[in-house]
Design a protein around this ligand. Structure first.
Ligand SMILES: O=C(O)C1=C[C@@H](OP(=O)(O)O)[C@@H](O)[C@H](O)C1
Ligand SMILES: C=C(OP(=O)(O)O)C(=O)O
Length: 448
């Protein structure tokens, strides 16, 4: 008998038998890990990443940088580990990143990682030969024109046979002029982040001017700016008194740092949602007091939807009240939270309107269409709007919840399964994009 392929396997989403009461250690942030890998690779000295996320997206990033010549070593570390001075954190707890001259020819598999497909073409312009980029079929459909057009305007040579999309080859010339450039980043904030991250190594740095009508995911751009400044880059932003929609990075050497990666707060979402929908309590240790991660907005959003939370020395303690309310909210800044919020909204006691997220149609899948179809197949009443979803809660029933190779569809389905008997998630393994241990963490939270 042949084994069922992972993408067609069905995972019976566990039904909660009562209020959850658990502490869940959530692995490191995808967005922080992949920025840290890029910045450490461009530095002028070695650096450390502690507690990095090891998932499909971050292993693809590390693999690509290694292909360009960067050393990324697994280490047994001791000194300033969060476990305490002198305490070895064990193999696999940290990556040591040893920058080097970047080389081509090289090939890069971006998978379906927005961070890899957008952050690395600017890095590849610094290599001394051609760098070929390819990825999953869906990656061909995701917008990349902002990065390609901007790099060309800044002096790069790029062959993109599909014009504005993958697959493509960046003919690295060992450096890039850089300078002023205009882009429309309304389809992805990652265009801006991509250009800023490599800019300290461009001859003239960069001045990025966003010309589009809207710009999603501002916290992720702030994350880019904060992390650049933390490694010594000089960055001027609209928020630091600069012109609106303009970011400037001055050329200069980057420091190798010792960085402990924060837990992924967007991946904490399904666990917090579990507390909310079962009237339970979930503690997420190491929740940062200050962070640029968009998942921090969950404290406010899930409180408005009926929970309450407190940051204590144990971490973020989140408690559901037994009531789950609908919400009317603009998620433009925190789009990646939409699938989880939609799942909770489908279980609420009043309708919800989720706005500002038209760009989710070009994420891992068309998330607005996928959420509408899958929640409705379970008996729900969701309609797509021009820029989001309108969700009217109804009594749901069991059935197959398709995930479309989207990790956040899988975790959204798991949230529904807590409250609805008989939900089966197709291809839960797709959570490996950012959270490979999801089924085990979920079972652990439920005490199974
Ligand atoms: O820069 C980043 O790390 C990210 C930015 C956002 O992308 P978009 O602006 O394309 O939505 C977000 O949705 C994605 O999950 C991660
Ligand atoms: C949109 C997402 O990912 P990516 O980095 O591939 O854009 C996401 O993780 O929700």
């Amino acid at each position: 008998m042949t084994a069922t392929p992972a993408h067609t396997a069905l995972w019976p989403a566990p039904h909660a038998r009562g209020a959850v009461d658990a502490t869940v250690h959530v692995p490191g942030s995808k967005s922080v890990t992949n920025r840290a890998l890029v910045l450490a690779s461009l530095a002028s000295e070695p650096g450390w990443l502690r507690r990095p996320l090891r998932s499909r997206d971050t292993l693809l990033m590390a693999g690509a940088l290694r292909a360009l010549g960067v050393g990324i070593e697994e280490t047994v570390s001791s000194n300033s580990s969060p476990a305490g001075a002198g305490t070895p954190t064990g193999p696999g707890e940290a990556w040591r990143v040893i920058p080097s001259t970047l080389h081509g020819p090289a090939t890069v598999d971006v998978g379906n990682a927005g961070t890899v497909m957008r952050f690395l073409p600017p890095v590849a312009t610094l290599a001394d030969g051609p760098v070929r980029f390819d990825g999953d079929p869906r990656a061909y459909e995701r917008p990349l024109h902002g990065v390609i057009d901007a790099l060309r305007a800044l002096g790069a040579r790029i062959d993109d046979e599909s014009r504005g999309a993958l697959p493509l080859t960046v003919h690295g010339g060992g450096g890039l002029d850089g300078g002023p450039v205009e882009i429309d980043a309304s389809s992805s904030s990652q265009f801006v982040s991509a250009l800023l991250l490599s800019a300290p190594r461009f001859n003239q740095g960069v001045e990025v001017r966003h010309t589009g009508s809207s710009l999603p995911s501002m916290p992720h751009i702030r994350m880019t700016v904060d992390m650049l400044r933390a490694v010594g880059a000089q960055v001027d932003t609209p928020e630091s008194g600069g012109e609106p929609n303009v970011w400037r990075v001055t050329p200069g050497a980057l420091l190798g740092r010792d960085l402990t990666i924060e837990p992924d707060l967007s991946n904490a979402q399904p666990f917090l949602a579990a507390a909310l929908v079962t009237a339970g309590t979930v503690v997420i240790p190491d929740w940062p007091e200050r962070t640029t991660q968009p998942g921090d907005r969950l404290r406010e959003i899930f409180t408005e939807m009926g929970g309450s939370c407190e940051l204590t020395e144990r971490g973020l303690e989140f408690t559901g009240s037994g009531a789950v309310h609908g919400i009317d909210v603009d998620l433009g800044e925190v789009g990646e939270l939409t699938p989880g919020i939609a799942a909770v909204a489908a279980l609420a006691d009043s309708p919800s309107t989720l706005r500002g997220v038209a760009h989710l149609r070009l994420h891992e899948t068309d998330r607005l269409a996928a959420l509408t179809k899958e929640i409705n197949e379970l008996g729900g009443d969701v309609t797509e709007t021009a820029d989001g979803l309108h969700i009217r809660p109804r009594r749901l029933h069991g059935g197959i919840f398709h995930t479309y190779d989207d990790h956040r569809m899988a975790t959204a389905g798991a949230i529904l399964g807590l409250a609805v008997d008989g939900v089966q998630i197709e291809n839960v393994a797709t959570t490996a994009k950012t959270l490979p241990d999801f089924p085990e963490l979920w079972a652990g939270m439920l005490g199974n």
